[in-house]
Design a protein around this ligand. Structure first.
Ligand SMILES: [Zn+2]
Length: 231
């Protein structure tokens, strides 16, 4: 009987370890099974990549003048089904010299999905990004940062880089002052910073963007696109 119990215990332990490993893999910002993944870039130059997830929405109109005030270039990880109804905003992003990047078509977790599902999510959005006039290399960021097998495999086949982040003040802080202070303290040359300004109606995300631009500019940082940072 004891032998049966210990075998059952061993099997349970293996299952728990596998689930734990899968969870770590799914959320890792610096490792995936296929192809490269970037959460920051090693450099001694004081450059940082500001990245905005989701949208585009009407909020783009307020964001662009703030970026231009600090001569900052940013990267917008946009969602295909939002692009369809906000092509005008997407064109403005491109015309202002910023980078458009792919954040899937429907913004659902791409975990246990078929290859054809992954292909649709990525290619439909790539087509819309081209329609908006963006000509540079298109990079991808998984919705919720989650990926396991089919997504990295497809991206690797297509030669599309996966871009994560190493600073995410929205996750740990709520006030504008706390977010700006956290970024000011933790930023390093080559950091990739994630913000979510597209669905904010309070204006606080815009204040956070401006606060970060102001403080990091004072520290001697320049704001470049993800592709400029990687080149
Ligand atoms: Zn997102």
């Amino acid at each position: 009987m004891w032998r049966k119990i210990s075998i059952a215990g061993l099997i349970l332990l293996v299952i728990v370890l596998l689930l734990y490993g899968m969870q770590r893999l799914m959320n890792s910002r610096s490792f995936q099974l296929f192809g490269g993944i970037t959460d920051h870039v090693e450099t001694s130059e004081k450059v940082v990549a500001l990245t905005f997830d989701d949208g585009p929405t009407g909020n783009v109109e307020q964001i662009l003048p703030v970026l231009s005030k600090y001569q900052a270039k940013a990267t917008f990880f946009v969602i295909g089904n939002e692009l369809k109804s906000h092509m005008e905003e997407a064109r403005r992003i491109v015309d202002a010299g910023h980078q458009l990047a792919n954040h899937s078509y429907s913004h659902e977790r791409i975990l246990f999905k078929s290859r054809s599902y992954v292909q649709r999510e990525i290619e439909q959005t790539n087509d819309l990004i081209r329609e908006a006039g963006y000509k540079g290399e298109i990079v991808f960021r998984p919705p919720y940062g989650k990926k396991l097998f089919s997504l990295p495999h497809y991206l690797h086949d297509q030669g599309m880089p996966t871009i994560m982040w190493n600073l995410e003040p929205d996750t740990y802080y709520t006030s504008v002052a706390d977010k700006v202070e956290a970024v000011r303290k933790e930023v390093k040359p080559g950091s990739i910073l994630l913000l979510h300004p597209m669905y904010d109606k309070t204006g606080q995300q815009l204040q956070t963007i401006e606060g970060i631009l102001e403080h990091l500019t004072q520290q001697g940082y320049r704001f470049v696109t993800v592709n400029e940072l990687r080149s």
